[in-house]
Design a binder for this molecule. Structure first.
Ligand SMILES: [Zn+2]
Length: 207
């Protein structure tokens, strides 16, 4: 694995726990779905790493680095917000909150925003929320209100979708189908979790 050095002014060395979890999750993806690292499948590959990197940080429950939906806040020397956030990815000025037909031509670190936004909405729900001292406010692309099902259920669904249903060419529409199948396996068709997966994808404009 290669970690960035940072520039020593805005960013220190990129060696935080969430980024380590991100990089190692690329190995999980490579050995399961094998999502091709370009186009929409590349965005899903990057989103998978942000999702599991974030879950590693929450799981570690380290008092000096509490779990959050920010990526890289530990080495953000000035703002302490990191370079991506999952509740409102587009707030960085480059990442995508909502799917559109051009999503596949964006850099994979920006098209990942659609998957990150989906995961935040599925876990925590839309609107304002404060967690471990960090304030979030997640919008929806269709004006809906999404109620979250919690991080563990959301991560279980994503992991099963990645390891059982996604393939190298899965795009966002395919990820919707894959996560619905995973939710059906784990919680049942028509369960709260299954319905939340559908609502969260619709809230990021993926049908
Ligand atoms: Zn990555």
């Amino acid at each position: 694995m290669t970690y960035g050095d940072g520039d020593g002014t805005s960013y220190g060395p990129l060696v935080s726990l969430d980024v380590a979890g991100h990089e190692m999750s690329h190995g999980v993806t490579e050995n399961t779905a094998g999502l091709t690292y370009s186009g929409e499948s590349g965005g899903l590959n990057e989103a998978t790493s942000d999702i599991f990197g974030t879950m590693v940080e929450f799981f570690a429950n380290n008092a000096s680095d509490p779990g959050d939906y920010l990526i890289g806040e530990q080495f953000d020397l000035k703002k302490h917000l990191g370079f991506r956030r999952m509740d409102n990815p587009a707030s960085d000025g480059s990442s995508l909150n909502c799917w559109s037909a051009t999503a596949g031509s964006a850099d994979v670190h920006y098209s990942s925003g659609i998957g990150n936004h989906f995961f935040y909405l599925l876990s925590e729900g839309s609107g304002a929320k404060t967690l471990n001292g960090v304030s979030y406010n997640s919008p929806t692309c269709n004006g809906s209100t999404v109620t979250g099902i919690g991080r563990d259920a959301a991560a279980n669904i994503w992991y099963r979708a990645l390891t059982v249903y996604m393939t190298s060419s899965t795009n966002y529409s395919g990820a919707r189908t894959a996560t619905l199948n995973a939710a059906k396996d784990l919680y049942g068709a028509g369960s709260t979790q299954y319905n939340a997966v559908a609502s969260a994808w619709s809230a990021v404009s993926v049908s």
